[in-house]
Ligand binder design. Structure first.
Ligand code: NAD
Length: 341
């Protein structure tokens, strides 16, 4: 059965969505929409879809199986509620919402409509992160005790996404939530967090670096480190480096996708770089492959083969963690306790 989807928002990152959908079997994007008619027309021509300037009209006329929302955060609530109202499954890009009230409203709207809601949290779908999760799940390091996630680079992210230069809690709201989602995926729920932020790049308005310290419900602790103005040669963009220690072993994920499993006095090394899609290129292949993997997962969810990873309800917990980190940073790094919903 071929699923019929529509794309809302034909901007920078949506191109990855479209290229990935085109690579996947049993799915077709029948129409695209953008407030900017030129952007919708360009995608429509390139990908052989219908073009719209209004999401409501598109959903009414096309009646798709799912809507893939790739707009920026301020439009997410109205578009998710609109799509749910048309009875189609919904995929929403991160950040899911600007606040918890909107996020809860979107979860409720999809529950009421009886449709799936998935959040495009592609970091947890990156090949190296999936490999670490698999090793931890099969007990390769024993009981997890310490996690370090490190995403520090100086790649010019503002060239493709100029709006980021004006975002106040930039590092936390743009990549922090991805890293918190990965931490939850690997080590489970977090009970408290403290966070310090920095503004490093003089040409941006917001806080473009942070250091967060967390306690997981299991008792494990984690350090999450992020900067968009750190200098390494070669630059590590777009890799997340990681260290996961347990009571029986450790996993190191280093630059160049080198993954080492230390266990019983031995070290097993493998290279976990994902393939480069036919339309892709380094260093973006990590991201491009993760978009393909996430979107294949969406199709599996729609076919009833598996549960959403993450669902909107799950992503509420990641948002809570992100907002708690913002709160902590604004209060001089004071610890914030999390309560599960
Ligand atoms: P962008 O500004 O390039 O594109 C957004 C597009 O949405 C614009 O063309 C805009 O006209 C359109 N739009 C806005 N409101 C609309 C509406 N109501 N109806 C139709 N079209 C509308 O932004 P971007 O950089 O592509 O980012 C989009 C989203 O993707 C953001 O939430 C961003 O955080 C996220 N993103 C995710 C990743 C990732 O790795 N998961 C990477 C980059 C960006």
């Amino acid at each position: 059965m071929t699923r019929r989807g529509v794309l809302i928002g034909c901007g920078f990152f949506a191109r990855n969505h479209m290229l990935a959908w085109r690579d996947l079997p049993d799915v077709t994007i029948v129409a695209v929409c953008d407030l900017d008619p030129a952007k919708a027309a360009a995608f429509a021509e390139e990908f052989g879809a219908g073009a719209y300037g209004n999401a409501a009209q598109m959903l009414k006329e096309v009646r798709p199986d799912f809507a893939d929302i790739a707009t920026t955060v301020s439009s997410h609530r109205s578009l998710v509620e609109l799509a749910a109202g048309h009875g189609c499954a919904v995929i929403c890009q991160k950040p899911f919402a600007e606040n918890l009230i909107d996020a809860q409203a979107m979860v409720d709207a999809c529950t009421r409509a009886g449709v799936d809601l998935l959040i495009h949290e592609n970091f947890r779908w990156q090949a190296p992160i999936r490999r670490i999760a698999e090793l931890i799940n099969r007990g390769a390091i024993g009981q997890p005790q310490f996690l370090r996630l490190n995403f520090r680079h100086a790649f010019d992210i503002y060239a493709n996404q100029p709006y980021l230069a004006q975002v106040e809690d930039l590092a936390l709201s743009d990549v922090g939530l991805h890293l918190f989602d990965v931490a939850r995926r690997l080590f489970g729920e977090v009970t408290r967090i403290s966070c310090e932020t920095q503004r490093l790049n003089p040409n941006v308005t917001g806080q473009d670096a942070f250091l967060a310290q967390m306690r997981h419900a299991s008792g494990a602790v984690a350090s999450v480190e992020c900067s968009f103005f750190s200098h390494y040669a070669p630059d590590r963009f777009v890799q997340t480096l990681a260290l996961a220690e347990g009571d029986e072993g450790s996993i190191e994920l280093e630059d160049g996708y080198r993954l080492r499993l230390h266990r019983q006095g031995k070290c097993l090394e493998e290279v976990v770089e994902p393939p480069i899609p036919s339309w892709g290129a380094r260093p973006w292949n990590l991201v491009q492959d993760s978009v393909i993997a996430f979107q294949q997962h969406v199709l599996d969810v729609l076919a009833g083969r598996t549960k959403a990873q993450p669902s909107g309800a799950d992503n509420l917990e990641t948002l809570k963690l992100t907002f708690a980190a913002v709160q902590s940073a604004r209060n001089g790094g004071r610890q914030v306790k999390l309560t599960a919903s």
